[in-house]
Structures are given as C-alpha cells and as structure tokens.
Design a protein around this ligand. Sequence first.
Ligand SMILES: *Cc1c(COP(=O)(O)O)cnc(C)c1O
Length: 430
Amino acid sequence: MSEQRSPGFDTLLIHAGARPDPATGARQIPIYQTTSYVFRDADHAAALFNLQEVGYIYSRLTNPTVAALQERMAALEGGQGAVCCSSGHAAQIMALFPLMGPGKNVVSSTRLYGGTVTQFSQTIKRFGWSAKFVDTDDLDAVKAAIDDDTRAIFCESIANPGGYVTDLDAMAKIADAAGIPLIVDNTTATPYLCRPIEHGATLVVHSMTKYLTGNGTVTGGCIVDSGKFDWSASDKFPSLSQPEPAYHGLKFHETFGPLAFTFHGIAIGLRDLGMTLNPQAAHYTLMGIETLSLRMQRHVENAEKVAKWLEDDPRVDFVTYAGLESSPYKAVADRICPKGASSLFTFGLKGGYEACVKLVDSVDIFSHVANLGDTRSLIIHSASTTHRQLTPEQQEAAGAAPNVVRLSIGIEDADDLIADLDQALAKATA
Ligand SMILES: *Cc1c(COP(=O)(O)O)cnc(C)c1O
C-alpha cells in the first residue's frame, strides 16, 4: 500500500498484516502450523531470547499467522500493537495481568457479559485482585469507587446483554484524572461500529469468538494497546516501568515506548500464562474479518427491523435495543457507535420466567445457544443459563432478570426472523 494515502477501514480488513508469503508468494496468509523456528545461528538465538531482535522462537509466544492477525487488529482499532490469545476471557486476564497485583482492584461496570461478572467477582480473587462494580451511567459513583489501589476502569462499549451503550468519553476522562488506564471490551460493537481508542480508551479487549470471526467456529481473544498511556508517570505500574528480573533488568516502557504493553503481553504474558491462540484459529478469524463491514451492516439492519417489530408487539413488555428511537441510550449510541448499535439486545416477555423458557424451546430458525455475534440468529434466556450463577441482584443489575430474553440477530432474511419469533411468541404466551 502506498505511503501517501492511509487506507480506509474496508481495505484494512483485507490487507492489514497480510503480505505475500516471502517463501512461496502465497497470496492468502498461510497457516504456519509449526511450534518452532530454526535459528540462523547461536547469536541470532541469543538476540531473540534477549528481546534485542524481533522474530520467532516458539509458537507459545509468536507465530506468523497469529502475528498477521495481531497486526490487522491493531490497524482496525487504531492502536500501536496487539496481542492475540486463546479466548476473550484470556484477553481480559492478559489485559489486567501487567497492571494488577495482590491488593489491587479494577473498577468495573455492572453491565457485562455473564462470564466476566463471574471472572471478576470470583476467580480473580485467587490472584489477590478484586473488582468494584459500579453502574457506569452514574459518573459520580465511578469516580467515588476509585481508590489508591485501583489500577484500571473496565467496561463494555456496547454492553451485554441489553446492548446498552457506555459513554466512553466520560469514562476516559475519569480514568485520565485518576492516572489509570481505561480498558474497553469492544466485542459487541467491533471496530466497524466503535473505535474506543478514539474515545480515549487505553486498551481494547475482544472476544474474537463473536462478530470478528463471525461464524461460530473458533474461540479467540485480543488486546489492542493504544500506545498512549504513560506507564512511568507514577509508581502504579512497576511491571511496565521497573526492571524486569526475567530479562536481565530490562524496563519495558523505557525500552519499547508505545509498544511496551504489547511486548510485555508476548514476552511475559504469553510466555508464562500460556493462553496462546493457535494458528488454525487465527486463520478462521482472519477469514471472518475480511467480511466484517458487510456482515455488521446486515446485522444492524436486521436488528433494527426485529427490535421495532418486537417493540410494537403487545406480548412484549420492553425492548432494550439502543438503536430504537425510544431507547434512553439513543443519544450516546449516536455519538459512540454512529453506524449502529450492533445486533445484541434483550426484550422483556409478559409471562415471566416460564414464558421465556417456552419461547426458547419454540423457535425454529433462532438457535438456543450460549453465543453471540454469529451469522445465525441466536436466542438465550440469560437468567436460566449464562447469568445463572449470579445472585438475583446481580442478574437485575446486569440486565438479565428472569423475564428477559437475549437475542443476537444474524444476517438471514429479517422477515423470516420476525415470522419465527411471531410463531414462538404465540406458543410461549398461549
Ligand atoms: C464472549 C464474550 C467474552 C468472553 O469471550 P470468550 O471468547 O468466550 O472467552 C467477553 N466479553 C464479551 C462481551 C463477550 O461477548
């Protein structure tokens, strides 16, 4: 690509990180199905292990297929670098790992993917970390939750399961004032609809399992670093600013500048946590990303039609889609994700828990699965599945109360989706 023009988003979807294979000229990015790489000589090996030269050692750390995906993700999000890993949940741990330590906390939105609530409220305690959950619509509550041990703010751009949109600019302002990074989970929006770094995010995490791969084939995660945070401005982030004993006292921030977080993620995170993405999965995700814009346009178009239809249906109590004129999130959605509010939302069903369970058992085209962001339309009753481990209060706060059904609208014919919901609603409310 020429130096003068910076390529547009749709061009980056196909070309970022991809160049003809130097060995064969292969146009598509090869799947480098190898665990190791032959060193040129002993000096080359030593330079690689000292991080003095960038190259391939072992596929737990780096692999050319995965590296192409990392470069593409960084380009799509407008970041400096990216680290891919085995799942979205791995990406969240990998994002927090260099920032946190025993006794440290993350201030997190209450509106999260159900698994993230569990990861943050239960599992991270084993590392001595904790999360303080706040309603991110209440900016004063977010500010008040930050203390001397807070090392990050975490939220989702378009939040699971209701599809509510977070005011990222406001979050970033609070994080900046506190001298801590803002981490945004951009899974539901994808960089086609929202680019959190442009709204002040430091790090963007993804479950690539969802819209990015797009067809429900593989799990994957990614952390994109904006490269803008000054890790040395305070003593809060010693993993990035202080000497690293495992690399002869190398200081990541001083040595790698805006790529400090990315290098740390590979050289320490993947090396020691081992949550590596395999090259086959990277391949599927690269294939999916090529059509991201086309798919997201259709996802949004279909979601708008289905949400409007549901809103007008007397069997339905409410619809949370932020793309609806009636949504209290419409204004913030127009600012944060002007091309649409993705295709994930919930609706409340008259008839409560029992009717919801009957509904998911009565659909034909919709699949009853614990996934989202697939080309196929998906349905789930969060309270009996993904949010089942949560207390009733947590379910309510997360937007997953017992009368709520979550939809992920696919790219089929919208009329068929509406007809399917119509017949299932008839059975559920009979
Ligand atoms: C699915 C999902 C995750 C977890 O990702 P996995 O790939 O399933 O580990 C995290 N955040 C959001 C918003 C998700 O939808």
